[in-house]
Design a protein around this ligand. Structure first.
Ligand code: BES
Ligand code: MN
Ligand code: ZN
Length: 505
């Protein structure tokens, strides 16, 4: 999809469809007012006659636009002006692009930069517009014999009323395009079934990204033999009951001027199917455990965004991938395994497998002497009980890192909420037989999971994002969300801005 920025007189713009956001109250926004003047008050009259209700998210197609160079108008309700905020802006965008995706048009011109979202500039609005467009045209039809025709929309031009906004809008559109592409890539990896998207499949994806990167991304895959030699036994313990071999996938991006600059490391949970293992899960909705690699998918998506934007930072992306299945070789409750770090773990529940895969990946990250390590995982059902489906849970051993991630989530509108990682919870992981247990009982399940990981993250600034509630949607709209690619990409872009600011000083 293309996202050009236009600064010309709206009445002269030729397009298949003008998208005109309208508040329920007050004057028309600048582009709308200009089009209204040029069309004998077409927009004003539709509103006055009550033919268009500008309630939030309402859309109305006007199939003819006499007096204008555009062929159609799509009026989009913004709701009340006083309630205009980021969430409402996003709702209006989603309504817009869901409607445009159904129309027989290849291109549209939007006027969302006119919308006065408090504290948000032209770059943010352009970014959100591009992301929303890409989200809306996404389809996952690989396994449909007769897929519905794909949306035709391939170009969204963003009209800005102030020429001074053009540059910021262009920058925003560029970021939005890269993030949207990363999000959709993560969604596809998430949506793929467990019999296709295996640890080896993810490894092959990494190699493909490497090949297509023109040298920007180097990829290394550790197979079971290499993991055995290394001593990544807890990662290996997860896949013992599976016919699919486990993999540790490492992708390195060197964008900083100084190749030795400390990298930011992302670590993704890549359990390509989680049956629970011997601690078998109940049957209901178990299919959704194909999404248990969405942490890994978000890492892949972020790598894609980074390759699109080429920030001047160093990054290492690590994916710990296995399939959690029960069979005669499977790890059993009570088994004790030695981690890569050397700590022994009593596995009291084989369904708490994500932390077992991640702990060895975190130890592996140490070798890069990272500036920061962020792991992303669909780690606990308890996280959904705590925060539902809107916020990702954020845990960190470093308050500056926590703030940077919270900020990035706000900017990207892919938000996280800071949870406690107090020492008080650590004793829930005490084991009678090993250095620690892999579960901490029912109370505060997502906190004790984070506590477990923290034992393997004591040598670097580290944060953990539990995305169990945000990585996918259940029910009729079942599908991966691509979160938190927006947050992670923004986090890395902010680190670039920091470096550039220090260089200039
Ligand atoms: N992948 C699951 C967590 C999960 C469950 C995410 C449902 C989203 C929806 C994870 O591996 C798991 O099974 N966690 C257990 C931990 C428990 C055994 C301590 C859980 O949450 O029940
Ligand atoms: Mn599990
Ligand atoms: Zn899991």
């Amino acid at each position: 999809m293309e996202f050009p920025v236009l600064t010309v007189n709206p009445a002269k713009v030729e397009t298949a469809c003008f998208v005109i956001p309208v508040f329920k109250d007050g004057d028309l926004l600048p582009v709308a007012a200009k089009l209204d003047d040029a069309s004998e008050r077409l927009i004003g009259q539709l509103i006055e006659r009550g033919d268009f209700d500008a309630g939030l998210g309402n859309v109305q197609l006007v199939p003819f636009a006499p007096g204008l160079a555009g062929e159609r108008l799509l009026l989009v309700g913004l709701g009340e002006r006083a309630k205009c905020n980021e969430g409402n802006f996003r709702k209006a965008l989603d309504a817009t692009f869901n409607a445009l995706a159904k129309l027989p048009i290849d291109e549209a011109v939007t006027a969302f930069n006119d919308v006065p979202v408090p504290d948000r500039g032209a770059d943010w609005k352009a970014r959100m517009t591009a992301e929303a467009a890409l989200r809306a045209v996404y389809r996952f039809t690989e396994f449909k014999s007769e897929p519905a025709p794909a949306p035709r929309l391939a170009k969204v031009s963003q009209l800005v009323s102030e020429a001074g906004d053009a540059e910021a809008s262009e920058r925003g559109a560029r970021v939005g395009q890269a993030v949207g592409d990363g999000v959709n890539y993560a969604r596809t990896l998430g949506n793929l079934p467990g019999n296709v998207c295996t640890p080896s499949y993810l490894a092959a994806q990494a190699e493909e990204l490497g090949r297509d990167s023109g040298g920007a991304l180097s990829v290394e895959i550790l197979d079971e033999e290499a993991l055995e030699a290394l001593g990544a036994n807890t990662l290996l313990s997860v896949g013992r009951g599976s016919a699919e071999p486990s993999r540790l996938i490492v992708m390195r991006y060197q964008g900083a001027e100084d190749p030795d600059e400390a990298p930011h490391v992302l670590v993704g949970k890549g359990i390509t199917f989680d049956t629970g293992g011997i601690s078998l899960k109940p049957g209901a909705e178990m299919d959704e455990m194909k999404f248990d690699m969405c942490g890994a998918a978000s890492v892949f998506g972020t790598v894609k965004s980074v390759l699109g934007l080429k920030p001047r930072i160093n990054m290492v992306a690590i994916v710990a991938s296995a399939e959690n299945m029960p069979d005669g070789h499977a790890t059993k409750p009570g088994d004790i395994i030695k981690t890569l770090k050397g700590l022994t773990v009593e596995i009291l529940n084989t369904d708490a497998e994500g932390r077992l895969a991640l702990c060895d990946a975190l130890t592996y990250a140490e070798r890069y002497q990272p500036a920061s390590v962020v792991d992303i995982a669909t780690l606990t059902g308890a996280c959904i009980i705590a925060l539902g489906h809107h916020a990702s849970a954020l845990f960190a051993n470093d308050d500056d890192l926590a703030l940077d991630l919270l900020d990035a989530g706000e900017t990207a509108w892919d938000r996280a909420w800071h949870m406690p990682l107090w020492d008080d919870y650590q004793s829930q992981l005490d084991s009678n037989f090993a250095d620690l247990a892999n579960i901490g009982g029912r109370p505060a399940g997502s906190i004790t999971a984070a506590c477990y990981l923290s034992r393997f993250a004591d040598t670097f600034p580290w944060a953990h994002l539990d995305i169990a509630g945000t990585a996918w949607t259940s029910g009729k709209e079942k599908g991966a969300s691509g979160r938190p690619v927006g947050l992670l990409t923004q986090y890395l872009l902010d680190r670039e801005a920091e470096v550039v600011a220090t260089d200039d000083a």
